[in-house]
Write a protein that binds this ligand. Structure first.
Ligand code: FEO
Length: 171
């Protein structure tokens, strides 16, 4: 059984993960509206990843004898100035999520909640990949600048992304 404080913090993170899903779905809509279908696909897969993150944390709270509480999800932005602005937003968002996960780990250690500390290690590792993905695309978009043919090549590349459910032992 986890403490109320730990439970409240995990419930706040469930909300943050579902907000992430909402944010990336809004980015999917933006890319669809400007006919960058590959980037739209990439964002749709990212949405699925965030829904998985939120669900994973939701299940853990309930498994530990806590009560997962679903809070209202904030409205994400609806438009951006450019593809680069979208991915810069995504990177800044992932850096913020990493900081939230780190705060959760700190709290679990302070509470001597070892099960939660171990559970959160998956998210710590996942955040390394989340930041690297967004950061890599930001770098490419900066190199591309205003070159339309390179932008469409990157769009095609990003459209190859597919959602795969993590293996049970890793999930
Ligand atoms: Fe759930 Fe993108 O971190």
């Amino acid at each position: 059984m986890m403490s109320q404080k730990m439970q409240d913090a995990l419930n706040a993170q469930i909300n943050a993960e579902w907000y992430s899903a909402y944010l990336y779905l809004a980015m999917n809509s933006y890319f669809t509206s400007v006919n960058l279908v590959g980037m739209a696909t990439w964002m749709r897969v990212q949405t699925q990843e965030e829904m998985f993150h939120g669900s994973k944390m939701y299940d853990f709270v309930n498994e530990r004898g806590g009560r997962a509480i679903l809070h209202a999800i904030d409205q994400p932005p609806a438009s951006w100035d450019s593809p680069l602005a979208v991915f810069e937003n995504a990177l800044a968002h992932e850096e913020k999520v990493t900081s939230l996960i780190n705060d959760l780990v700190d709290l679990s250690m302070k509470e001597r909640d070892h099960a939660t500390t171990i559970f959160l290690q998956w998210f710590v590792t996942e955040q390394v990949e989340e930041e690297a993905n967004a950061s890599g695309i930001v770098c490419k978009l900066k190199m591309i600048g205003q070159d339309a043919s390179s932008l469409f090549a990157l769009d095609q590349e990003l459209g190859q992304r597919v959602f795969t459910l993590p293996a049970p032992q890793a999930a």
